[in-house]
Design a protein around this ligand. Structure first.
Ligand SMILES: Cc1cc2nc3c(=O)[nH]c(=O)nc-3n(C[C@H](O)[C@H](O)[C@H](O)COP(=O)(O)O)c2cc1C
Length: 255
């Protein structure tokens, strides 16, 4: 059993690295193998929404010049994923956000492999960042691994995190819970427990044609006004118009 850990900080030996180290040591005590990926100073581009990965069923991102596709392929061998990020402006850091957007969109996630996120911050914004990161797992059938309290440490450096005894206890507990969950899944498989049945995806959107509520005349007048507004918008922001066209074409292909 193996866990992939991704350090989403530019600091290879910084605060969140210290938290991940605590998890790694505890997982190893439990007989679980670990692999740590460092985003470090890699430049990670954001998802361009081109849809090439899905249209062509690539299972990876069309852009191969950063470690996103490496992480996707490592997850084929790994049984679980732990993501660590520093808090930047009450959110996960920009690079790890871009990294996970592309990793999850291109691969369609890693169903039934447990996941957990941990964050570090000096003072605040950690719960918002955690919530953001947990969503990648929750939207992709990945069981979230819990701990005894919030999955976060406090400090600006590894040395400061060293003093956060409670944070480190939470990290060790998370590691033991992860080991327990992996062993439970393994035991379930050995006993012949099948994965839950997949009923397939139903995709809808919220775009509906809405009739004008007052008289038809009023409706026509307001439709004319809206059409004028839309054409103003088109001239004002041609970039957004062409972006939407790309997306629309992709969505139609994907149906
Ligand atoms: C751009 C930037 C934004 C930050 N925003 C916050 C913040 O909103 N709240 C906070 O408590 N700390 C914030 N910090 C501090 C980091 O979260 C903190 O130092 C973190 O533990 C660093 O982890 P690292 O050494 O692994 O990169 C910010 C740091 C940077 C560089």
């Amino acid at each position: 059993m193996k866990v992939l850990l991704i350090n989403g900080s530019p600091h290879r030996n910084g605060a969140i690295f210290r938290a991940l180290k605590e998890i790694i040591l505890e997982l190893q005590k439990e007989g679980i193998e670990t692999e740590l990926m460092q985003i470090g100073m890699h430049v990670v581009r954001g998802c361009k929404g081109c849809g090439t990965c899905r249209k062509n069923h690539l299972g990876k991102c069309i852009f191969g010049d950063d470690p996103v596709n490496v992480a996707i392929s490592r997850m084929q061998e790994c049984d679980a994923l732990i993501v660590g990020s520093p808090v930047h402006y009450a959110a996960a850091a920009g690079d790890i956000t871009s990294f996970l957007d592309r990793m999850f969109y291109a691969s369609r996630g890693f169903p039934y492999k447990p996941g957990a996120a941990v964050v570090s911050c000096r003072r605040a914004g950690s719960t918002a960042a955690l919530e953001q990161l947990n969503k990648y797992f929750m939207m992709n059938n990945m069981p979230l691994v819990p701990s005894a309290y919030w999955n976060m440490v406090h400090g600006n450096s590894a040395e400061e995190v060293e003093q956060d005894e409670e944070g480190l206890m939470v990290m060790r507990t998370l590691a033991r819970n992860m080991a327990w969950m992996l062993k439970s899944i393994e035991a379930g498989k050995a006993a012949g427990l099948a994965l839950p049945p997949d009923e397939g995806k139903i995709r809808t959107n919220f775009i509906r044609t809405v009739k004008a509520s007052s008289s038809e005349k009023d409706g026509q007048a307001s439709e004319k006004k809206n059409a004028e507004k839309r054409s103003d918008y088109k001239d004002f922001a041609p970039y957004f118009t062409s972006y939407n066209k790309v997306n629309k074409a992709y969505q139609e292909d994907d149906e």
